[in-house]
Design a protein around this ligand. Structure first.
Ligand SMILES: Cc1cc2nc3c(=O)[nH]c(=O)nc-3n(C[C@H](O)[C@H](O)[C@H](O)COP(=O)(O)OP(=O)(O)OC[C@H]3O[C@@H](n4cnc5c(N)ncnc54)[C@H](O)[C@@H]3O)c2cc1C
Ligand code: SF4
Length: 500
């Protein structure tokens, strides 16, 4: 067993961990010892090949297809220097005031989160693309929404020197996407924060953690020797993401004092639809995600976004097989694609538990309100495709594989609610939230509004696990804003927390 001693240890280097590392960097520059322990590998710039299977294996847990307990939903989350920010699309939104009000966490104010979000929007070069940088897939969505009178907005995104390769979810091969691996982590390292990759933390406690270092067979070498490590630290900040932060605290025995640990997980359950146009459109060249429609956000609890996935992911997400499936895949250059996201309620039964080996299992059920939202979102998407000029549409719950343009006014009937059945449609999630929710006390939550774990000295959570309910928009900027709060609390109280 190798022994180490630090002032502060940060577990995970994604949106949350990267922000904490950067915000605590002044303490490192002043001589405090700070380490980030990251399970995933750091890839050299030229190792981002854009090859679908290879990148999915190197940058995601289970290649981006972690199944829930009942196997009706797959979850994608990153494992890398930079966490999911290496594979996210980089759409950068500030959490709306109404959602923060619904969160109802003492000390969490919309204005405070907006101020902190603005800092990261500037730091990570968030801006709107110019009209000439948008591809047809995006423009058709905007025009289809506008023709129907649906409210549509452009996504601000965080790129610098984007070369339109559309490979954002496989790790940008052009170093353009400004995730924490490009911005916050290098800045923290420059100030003296150590980042140890290939390092999986297995247990945490007040003032310590245990980790295992193992070579995954790819990526840059790490600084610690392979094997078991014990780390003493005055402050431990858990930033492993919604599933892994919850699992780590459960495995470390915090569940008995914190009955809400692992619970209230929300996922924004999502699926894709495709519309086939009569002629080729630009779709897999260009930034994939430029617009969203929040017209049905309050009334029907869903969001629509542009997207364009790679052939493997697209084919997996289409329902059916055989001749029709091949026909649609052959039409790839003519496909327009929409991602729908249901805004799911936070329920105690939807949670992370551990299997008998101590590994996380996500026990999540899509309730009737989520299935209703998915149904309504498919009907709305089909209308948008036809309004944009599509010749036919494939909807996962369609009564027929294709809905033809001549049936455009029958989409309601041709996408029956009765076919929206878990396990029969391909549902996925990339927005995992909750499990260590913020709140008032152990009776209703796991941490307070600064991310301090109730009843545990020097132990913080600073990532997407903190969300008490769904963010109802793309969450990464809010993750960084909450991590910023935790880091500020540690900095402000460093004298007391780091006293020997
Ligand atoms: C494909 C995809 C696209 C997305 N697109 C967008 C988008 O466009 N806009 C948006 O707002 N959001 C997007 N998201 C969501 C966003 O990326 C996440 O909400 C955000 O990154 C979560 O931050 P986090 O710090 O909680 O976790 P992560 O960023 O996932 O980081 C967690 C890190 O902790 C590490 N870790 C876990 N357990 C341990 C352990 N035991 N020991 C050591 N390390 C550990 C993991 O390896 C990982 O690197 C997307 C996500 C995905 C997967
Ligand atoms: S579209 Fe831009 S940000 Fe996305 S992978 Fe290509 S170059 Fe990188």
């Amino acid at each position: 067993m190798h022994e180490h001693s630090y002032d502060i240890v940060i577990i995970g280097s994604g949106a949350g961990g990267g922000a904490v590392a950067k915000e605590l960097a002044p303490l490192a520059a002043a001589g405090r010892r700070i380490a980030v322990l990251e399970w995933g590998a750091k890839l050299a710039d030229d190792a981002y090949t854009g090859r679908e299977v290879e990148m999915a294996r190197q940058l995601y847990f289970d290649s981006g297809g972690v199944l829930t307990k009942d196997r009706t939903l797959t979850m994608a989350y990153g494992r890398a220097y930079g966490g999911s920010t290496v594979v996210y699309t980089g759409t950068s939104l500030t959490i709306p005031e109404e959602v923060v009000r619904r969160w109802d966490v003492p000390g969490i104010e919309a204005e405070d989160l907006a101020r902190r979000s603005a800092k990261y929007l500037a730091e990570n070069n968030v801006h709107l693309l110019d009209e000439e940088e948008l591809n047809d897939n995006n423009r058709l969505f905007r025009d289809g929404c506008a023709a129907l009178g649906y409210r549509v907005q452009q996504f601000p995104i965080n790129v610098k020197g984007c070369r339109s390769s559309s490979l954002c979810n496989l790790g940008c091969p052009n170093s353009a996407k400004q995730g924490t691996h490009r911005v916050q982590l290098p800045a923290a390292e420059a100030a003296g924060v150590e980042v140890i990759t290939n390092c999986r933390v297995t247990r945490v406690g007040e003032g310590s953690c245990e980790a295992v270092v193992a070579d995954p067979g790819f990526g840059l070498p790490t600084t610690w020797e392979a094997g078991e490590h014990r780390v003493r630290a005055k402050v431990v900040v858990v930033c492993g993401g919604a599933v892994n932060s919850s699992a780590l605290l459960l495995r470390s025995g915090f569940g008995s004092a914190l009955p809400n640990l692992g619970r209230y997980l929300t996922l924004h359950p999502a699926l894709i639809l495709v519309g086939e146009h009569p002629h080729p459109i630009s779709n897999f060249h260009g930034h994939p995600k430029s617009f969203y429609c929040d017209h049905f956000w309050e009334s029907e609890r869903f969001l629509l976004e542009t997207c364009m996935y790679f052939p493997f992911t697209t084919s997996k997400n289409l329902i059916g097989f055989g001749a029709e499936h091949s026909e649609l895949m052959r039409a790839f250059p003519r496909l327009q694609m929409i991602l729908v996201l249901a805004i799911d309620p936070a329920l105690p039964a939807n949670r992370v538990v551990l299997d008998r080996d101590g590994e996380p299992v996500v026990d999540y059920t899509m309730g009737p309100e989520v299935l209703d939202s998915l149904h309504r979102s498919m009907v709305a998407s089909a209308r948008i495709f036809f309004a944009a000029g599509a010749a036919r549409v494939h909807a996962p719950a369609g009564a027929t594989f294709f809905i033809d343009r001549r049936d455009a006014d029958r989409v309601e009937e041709l996408i029956p609610r009765s076919r929206v059945v878990p396990g029969k449609i391909s549902v996925a999630s990339a927005h995992l939230m909750g499990g260590c929710r913020m709140g008032r006390s152990a009776a209703d939550s796991v941490t307070d509004g600064w991310g301090r774990v109730h009843g545990a000295r020097g132990l913080y959570v600073a990532d997407s696990a903190l969300f008490p309910r769904a963010s109802e928009i793309n969450p990464y900027v809010t993750v960084m804003a909450l991590a910023d709060r935790a880091a500020e609390h540690i900095r402000t109280n460093a004298g007391e927390l780091l006293a020997s």
